[in-house]
Design a protein around this ligand. Structure first.
Ligand code: ZN
Length: 196
């Protein structure tokens, strides 16, 4: 198992559409396992191959389930906390989607998203509430799933990645501009650091 290096924006690979996978071999299985390991080690719930500098249409997802914390002294707190939703079938499962496409969507929702390629950046993003996705597993067998909640949001975020779309595209121009400037400053700082 190998931990892969996660590419940070503004790397070009993040805005390049990935290509359809046609070869389902041992190498693909090793690569998807490495993607899962890299995602888990980075604390991410989803990862697209572009983010590890590979332009194949592959995404991995694993959303851990956390028991909602109940605070007895403050009964209002448990309803306000994130993660107070119920455990769904997709929690704690390792999903690998090869050549995924969204075939149906319903509703709209807004939620806070982060991205491993934009460390420290979290923004409210509008997405479809549910989505049906067709894909192949790492052996090439086709399957289709109906995704809801965080799973649906994560799928849309990762499928955007393999289409060469980063979450800045879903923000207002003003907000995206602010983030771009912040990251450019950070990059200068990081590069300056390396020269020391
Ligand atoms: Zn991302």
């Amino acid at each position: 198992m190998t931990l892969l290096k996660i590419v940070k924006w503004p790397a070009k690979v993040l805005e390049t559409p990935a290509s359809k996978v046609t070869v389902f071999d041992e190498n693909l299985k090793i690569f998807t396992t490495d993607m899962h390991e890299t995602m888990a080690a980075s604390g991410g719930v989803g990862l697209a191959a572009n983010q590890v500098n590979d332009l194949r249409r592959i995404i991995t997802i694993c959303i851990p389930w956390f028991e909602p914390k109940v605070n007895d002294e403050d009964p209002a707190s448990d309803t306000e906390q994130e993660g107070s939703e119920k455990k769904e079938w997709w929690h704690d499962k390792r999903f690998t989607f090869v050549n995924p496409t969204i075939v149906k969507t319903e509703g709209r929702c807004r939620g806070q998203e982060g991205c491993l390629s934009f460390p420290g950046t979290y923004e409210m993003i509008e997405r479809f509430l549910t989505c049906d996705v067709k894909a192949q597993d790492e052996m090439g067998s086709p399957f289709e799933i109906h995704a809801t909640g965080l799973f649906a949001i994560c799928l849309q975020h990762e499928i955007d990645h393999i289409n060469g779309v980063v979450f800045l595209k879903h923000m207002s121009r003003l907000k995206a501009g602010l983030i771009k400037r912040k990251l450019a400053r950070q990059k200068e700082f990081d590069e300056g650091d390396l020269e020391l």
